[in-house]
Every structure is written in structure tokens, then in C-alpha cells.
Design a protein around this ligand. Structure first.
Ligand SMILES: NC(=O)c1ccc[n+]([C@@H]2O[C@H](COP(=O)([O-])OP(=O)(O)OC[C@H]3O[C@@H](n4cnc5c(N)ncnc54)[C@H](OP(=O)(O)O)[C@@H]3O)[C@@H](O)[C@H]2O)c1
Length: 341
């Protein structure tokens, strides 16, 4: 099969190579991938920027989420059949969705929502699960509560705004002025142009901040949070508590604790909590998101769709930080489109 492969960390960009179709385990299905999505984690992983959390043997096929059709099922697979159209986010130690096939555990996939195509479905798993786990599982947003979402026009922001509105929140979000119409159309109540306005000077008493930026922006979140509120970051630094829950060795946890001393101080000063989230694959939660998509509560937002052969350009565009919604890679060429159901 064709796949986008890197042979070494920090390789400039992946190369398209012929590699063997992966073997499946008894709980796995083999999926012929129709589309996959680009996520900022792809470049971070390639560059070795996440080695404290994730390290891979080389050569490595890139890519974390996908939509496609099951072609083989393992002997213990009970929930899916050959021919099912599915979407999913693979476990972090089994990545490789920028390829024609992926082997994936049946617990990490769900049936593709029927009202969207494969490219739209591929845009959802990683950002949908991250947003759902942040807003629903950790924040446990109740109707009428206020949440600030950083980067409302990005892959995460476009889905997070819609989930937060579904949960009944009042949503403030940062974006450039170009994307005000987009975030308004997704339901945002208070768009803020981050190029001209510091959100910390115009917002106060927020129940939650969903930080997708890290650094000084994350520290500023504590200026607007209520006592008892929650700041959740997916782009800041993991702290000691996260390291313990994630099962990282003690020396790494201590290193996390030292690196996040400022955040611990801010937690104490504001009586708000700081959580770093590293999202987890979940077929069950993709099923929930699928129902919200079929009910037209969540709509995928796609910036562009490009063939696998253009993976390097797609990754560079993601790295530019300017994508509006998701960038999608298509695996099948036109002559294979009849495999779609
Ligand atoms: N920990 C986890 O499990 C996890 C999971 C998913 C993602 N992440 C991380 O979350 C971050 C966001 O991911 P993403 O997929 O949303 O990225 P993305 O799609 O690449 O974000 C692009 C968007 O960011 C906006 N943006 C750029 N600079 C901004 C600023 N200073 N303030 C506000 N918005 C700004 C841009 O809007 P304009 O063009 O309007 O400027 C653009 O629409 C990444 O660092 C990613 O690695 C972590």
C-alpha cells in the first residue's frame, strides 16, 4: 500500500512509499482508508517535540484519524462487519492513517455518521474527541455557564464552539477578524479579535477557559477565571497531576511539576484548577458525536481537501497556523470512488 512515511525524527517532510498492509490483531479491523485529517500533532510528532509523552520506532507512518471502509475483521470482533463505513482515532502507539489501510481496535471506531461524506467524517475524530473530553468530561459544562475558547476558527475551535453551545454555554472565542462570520455561524456569542484585543482585558468571571495556545495566553486565562473555575489546556505544559494520571515515570512527573510551577502558583492565587488534557481514542464517544452530527447539532468545518501525494504541502499549510477548520487528505483516487457507501 502507499503511505506517508518518515525515516527519522525531524525529517523535512514525509515521503510516499510502498509499505506492507498492516497485520490485524484479534480485536482489530482492517480499514481501507478513504480520507484522513491533518492535525498539528503530526508535525510535533515528526519533529520529536512530544518525545516526553510519545516516542516512535522509525520508519513511521504518520497520521492519527481517518474514515474508511472495513475490509477484514479480527476473530474477536463482534461490533462491526466487512463493508461497514467507519471513522476513528487510533491509539497513540498505533498511528499511521496517512496510508491506504490501517489496523485499528474495534473499541476505537464508530459507524460513520450517515449524513456526511468520508472527507467530512475524517475531519472529526481527533478534534471532536478532544473537545468533547474537555467540555463534557472535564469541565462538565452546565447551561448558562461561560466558557472562553481560544482559537475559534481552528480544527479544535470550530468543533468546540458547537459542542459548548450544545451543552448550553455562553461562548467567547478568539480569532482574527477574517473569521468572525465563521465563528458567529457556529454559535459563538462573543468573538474577540486577538490581533487587536487582549481577551484578558475584556472578559471576567468565566467558569472555564479552553486553552489551545499555551504559553502567556494560558497564564492570562487565570486573569478571567472565577474562583472554583477550570482552565483546561491541550497546548500548554503537562503538570505533575497529569503525569501521575498518565502513568509517566516519577522523574518525568517531577520535571513536569518544575516546568509548571507558575501555573500551580496561579491555581492557588485564583482558587481555580489547571488540567492538561491529552485526548484518548474512544469509539463510544465517537458514537455520541455521530448522533450529534446526524441531528445536525455539529457540522464539520473543512478548509481544504488534498490527495495523499500532496501531504507535504498539507502539513506545511497546517504548520502556518492559518487553517480554518480541518485539512483533509484523500487516499483513494477517482477510479476507486465506487468503494464508498
Ligand atoms: N492535547 C491534545 O490532546 C490535543 C488535541 C488536539 C489538538 N491539540 C493542540 O491544540 C492546538 C490547536 O489545534 P488546532 O487543530 O485547533 O490547530 P489549527 O487548526 O492549526 O489552528 C489554526 C487556527 O488557529 C488560529 N490562531 C492562530 N493564532 C491564534 C491566536 N494567537 N489566537 C487565537 N487563534 C489563533 C487561526 O485563526 P486565524 O487564521 O483567524 O488567525 C487558525 O484558524 C495545537 O497546538 C494542537 O497540537 C492538542
Amino acid at each position: 500500500m502507499k503511505a506517508a512515511v518518515i525515516d527519522t525524527y525531524k525529517q523535512s517532510m514525509p515521503k510516499i512509499k510502498e509499505v506492507p498492509i498492516p497485520d490485524i490483531r484479534s480485536n482489530d479491523v482492517l480499514v481501507k482508508i478513504v480520507a484522513a485529517s491533518i492535525n498539528p500533532i503530526d508535525i510535533k510528532t515528526k519533529d520529536g517535540g512530544l518525545k516526553m509523552l510519545l516516542s516512535y520506532d522509525m520508519p513511521m507512518i504518520m497520521g492519527s484519524d481517518f474514515a474508511g471502509i472495513i475490509t477484514v475483521v479480527g476473530e474477536k470482533v463482534t461490533n462491526f462487519s466487512v463493508g461497514d463505513a467507519v471513522y476513528g482515532r487510533v491509539q497513540k502507539n498505533r498511528i499511521g492513517t496517512f496510508a491506504e489501510y490501517i489496523a485499528v481496535d474495534q473499541g476505537d471506531i464508530a459507524l460513520k455518521p450517515k449524513n456526511i461524506n468520508f472527507e467530512e467524517a475524517a475531519s472529526i475524530p481527533l478534534v471532536g474527541l478532544t473537545s468533547y473530553q474537555t467540555l463534557h468530561d472535564i469541565m462538565q459544562i452546565q447551561p448558562g455557564e461561560k466558557v472562553m475558547i481560544q482559537g475559534g476558527s481552528g480544527g479544535i475551535g470550530t468543533i468546540a464552539i458547537q459542542i459548548a453551545k450544545y451543552l448550553g454555554a455562553y461562548v467567547a472565542t478568539t480569532t482574527s477578524a477574517n473569521n468572525f462570520d465563521l465563528v458567529n455561524s457556529l454559535g459563538a456569542d462573543y468573538p474577540i479579535n486577538y490581533q487587536t484585543t487582549n481577551f484578558a482585558e475584556v472578559l471576567k468571571d468565566y467558569d472555564y477557559v479552553f486553552d489551545t495556545r499555551g504559553g502567556a495566553t494560558l497564564e492570562d486565562a487565570f486573569k478571567i477565571i472565577k474562583p472554583g473555575g477550570k482552565v483546561v489546556s491541550i497546548a500548554g505544559l503537562p503538570n505533575y497531576r497529569f503525569g501521575k494520571e498518565y502513568g509517566v515515570p516519577l522523574w518525568k512527573r517531577l520535571a513536569f511539576g518544575i516546568a509548571t510551577r507558575n501555573l500551580t502558583k496561579l491555581e492557588k492565587q485564583t482558587q481555580a484548577s489547571y488540567t492538561f488534557l491529552f485526548m484518548k481514542p474512544s469509539g463510544a464517544q465517537l458514537d455520541i458525536l455521530g448522533h450529534l452530527i446526524e441531528a445536525e447539532i455539529i457540522k464539520p468545518v473543512i478548509d481544504r481537501i488534498v490527495p495523499l501525494t500532496k501531504v507535504a504541502e498539507a502539513l506545511s499549510y497546517s504548520q502556518s497556523g492559518r487553517a480554518t477548520g480541518k485539512i483533509i487528505l484523500q487516499m483513494t483516487n477517482d477510479s476507486e470512488k465506487e468503494v464508498r457507501v
